[in-house]
Design a protein around this ligand. Structure first.
Ligand SMILES: Nc1ncnc2c1ncn2[C@@H]1O[C@H](COP(=O)(O)OP(=O)(O)OP(=O)(O)O)[C@@H](O)[C@H]1O
Ligand SMILES: [Mg+2]
Length: 423
């Protein structure tokens, strides 16, 4: 099989896609059954040693079989966990190897759809993998390249995810315009200001048309964490009190375990004998032992991701409804927590402020006022949140609001870029 074919690969914090030439057209490849998105999730089943991906991985975990679920692995790139190993049953994996399993899966899907070997790829990257740390950011990019090489990609280029989204949007425009691209996904929020036009589609060098790129590490997984810390973790003992070591003083409990439990990529760090001992000590000193017992039960039964999934489900429901229930009946009978848009908005208020600042910086870097922007192109799952969307569209009074394919625009744009670079 020839391997001259090429693809655009969007390894996302929450969802991944791959685009390739399918019967002459650049399209997203089916990656899980008929579906063109693959949740970036892996489940290692301890009973039969199998590994599953995507929706299947989430379903295996939900069934409650013994095993290990991993999600939000992109967040690990550039951080302290990147070069660490994790023991899964009796085998040691590096996080890079686990990401490699997902990238390898996407490559195989592209090859199946293209009917050819695919060895050349444009990989998407956020504007910053890591904020304010160029060395760590470079390390993250290099790690992703190394991972892709290990899966058999021999020619690799990178493209900013929002620029890829701009290329997808440009397929649809009928006249030249200034577009603000807002890509707010699971891990990062990226803004680009790009001059798009029908003629631009044919140009190979777009340097002149990209007026600004800015990004910040805010995404849906942070929103999940903040909602969980506000609405759920207090019911497992966050903010409760304990006696000091010598009895007299009353102190708040340490919050680190709760932060880990609420943070997708850190949940598995709680499943160790050392943490189990520390939680028992927390229980002995607690003034609210019934809450800490609940926390211990969650950690012992490995239901951390179950909480995170229920919080995420409620968050998504709040995009279309004013209130929603966080269903924790998997943890305890009748354990349901009501939440609403006001609670969500309060939990993420300072993140919304940071998002607005990043948008202002993007306009300033482009040398444009918001009035000059003709269209705002929204992509990334978190743009469905009304409060987030309000920030993304607040500065551009004249602009048409265009909702792209929230989960596919980046991958498709990376494919269009791959065709320009390799085709
Ligand atoms: N309707 C919705 N309302 C609110 N949030 C949503 C909705 N649908 C999906 N999300 C959230 O969007 C995020 C995933 O979006 P997306 O797939 O665009 O991210 P990603 O591309 O994987 O991440 P990144 O680009 O940051 O690496 C998740 O946090 C998910 O909970
Ligand atoms: Mg994305």
């Amino acid at each position: 099989m020839s391997s001259r074919s090429f693809c655009g690969l969007d390894f996302g914090t929450s969802n991944s896609t791959v685009a390739c030439q399918i019967q002459g057209d650049m399209e997203l490849a089916p990656v899980e059954g008929e579906s063109r998105t693959l949740p970036s999730s892996v489940f290692f089943d301890f009973a039969d040693g199998s590994v599953s991906f995507g929706r299947a991985a989430l379903a295996c975990y939900a069934e409650g079989g013994e095993g290990r679920l991993m999600r939000s692995l992109k967040t690990v790139l550039g951080g302290s966990l990147m070069d660490e190993t994790t023991l899964i049953k009796s085998r040691v994996y590096t996080y890079k190897e686990i990401i490699g399993l997902i990238v390898g899966r996407l490559k195989a899907s592209a090859e199946r759809a293209a009917g050819a070997g695919v060895a050349r790829a444009v990989l998407g990257r956020p504007v910053h993998f890591v904020d304010d740390n160029p060395a760590a950011d470079r390390a993250a990019r290099d790690a992703l390249e190394e991972i892709a090489r290990a899966q058999g990609f021999t020619e690799i280029e990178f493209q900013y995810e929002p620029i890829a989204a701009a290329l997808a949007y440009e397929q649809t425009v009928e006249r030249e315009q200034y577009a603000l691209i807002a890509d707010i996904g699971g891990g990062t929020s990226d803004f680009s200001i790009v001059r798009v036009s029908p003629e631009g589609r044919a140009r190979t060098d777009r340097g002149q048309d990209v007026l600004a790129n800015k990004g910040v590490h805010i995404g849906g997984t942070d929103i999940d964490r903040l909602l969980s810390l506000r609405a759920v973790m207090p019911l497992l003992g966050l903010n409760s009190e304990r006696r000091g070591d010598f009895g007299a003083k009353i102190l708040p409990v340490a919050n680190a375990f709760f932060v880990d439990l609420a943070t997708w990529h850190r949940i598995n760090l709680l499943y160790t004998p050392k943490v189990a001992r520390e939680l028992q000590s927390m229980l002995r000193h607690s003034l609210s032992p019934e809450l800490i017992e609940r926390l211990i039960a969650v950690v012992e039964s490995r239901r951390g991701h179950s909480i995170a999934l229920s919080v995420e489900t409620a968050k998504i429901a709040l995009s279309t409804r004013p209130s929603a229930a966080i269903d924790l009946t998997d943890i305890e009978r009748d354990f349901v927590v009501e939440t609403n848009r006001d609670i969500l908005r309060a939990a993420i208020a300072d993140r919304l402020g940071a998002l607005a600042r990043t948008l202002d910086e993007t306009l300033a870097a482009a040398g444009l006022t918001g009035e000059r922007i003709d269209a705002v192109f929204l992509t990334g799952g978190s743009t469905a949140i009304p409060a987030v969307r309000a920030v993304a569209t607040a500065r551009t009074p004249r602009a048409a609001i265009v909702e792209g394919d929230l989960f596919g625009a980046v991958g498709l744009g990376l494919g269009l870029d791959a065709r320009r670079k390799f085709g």
